[in-house]
Write a new protein. Sequence first.
Length: 285
Amino acid sequence: MSDEYTPPKVWSFDSESGGTWAKLNRPVAGATFERELPKGKHPLQLHSLATPNGQKVTIMLEELLALGETGAEYDAYLIDIGEGDQFSSGFVDVNPNSKIPALLDCSGATPQRVFESGAILLYLAEKFGQLLPADASARTEALNWLFWLQGSAPYLGGGFGHFYAYAPEKFEYPINRFTMETKRQLDVLDKQLASNRYLAGDTYSIADIATWPWYGGLVLGALYDAGEFLDVTSYTHVRRWAQEILERDAVQRGRIVNRPWGEPWEQLRERHNAADIDNVLKLKP
């Protein structure tokens, strides 16, 4: 092939070659500019964006509030990753990996930073004693699926989603490779959900909260405009599960937090109290 890529002996960074999301990534870590993070009145301070990873945490917080956990009240501030907000000194102090979401728990004597979405879900589940079974066997099964998601989703997002929807050029090999893996993952979920209401059994847990924004969104047509391509209607059990979770009030609330795109009733840049979400949801026809 005349256009076959030959890797150089030593790789160098080309900021123009990364496609749609090129400026989100750099080959080095750390802050690029000084800026403190805003701080609200609640002990839990979230800095995020309503990507699937961001939705995990806001849905979790709304589920905790729905369960009566008043200590889960939170302020949620938008991190615009397209503008490089994740590289501010304040954000890097909370998450040295410069990825959303990042949580700061100020309820104790010393603020506790929590980063990586799966870690945040586990931290909140343990802090409040909710949405993670106490029984050792059931807890292990929920954690199996939580970590399955954390290991699998990069193949869906950074793999399939990137090459199918965002890469500057379409190439058959990476699209086929990651399509095959995405469909295999959907089949894993479909087989599990054929005999279980939720991923870890009969009880809704952080495993479902983590997985729904990625794979639920995919089979419901909210990711990459790839529903027909992936034949998502064939995964009937995943679609049943995804629709049931979508209908949860806390999911409807959490999915719009830190979201600056979509319909007017889906957009909420910041959240500081329940009324912020109520006022946006009222706009839905």
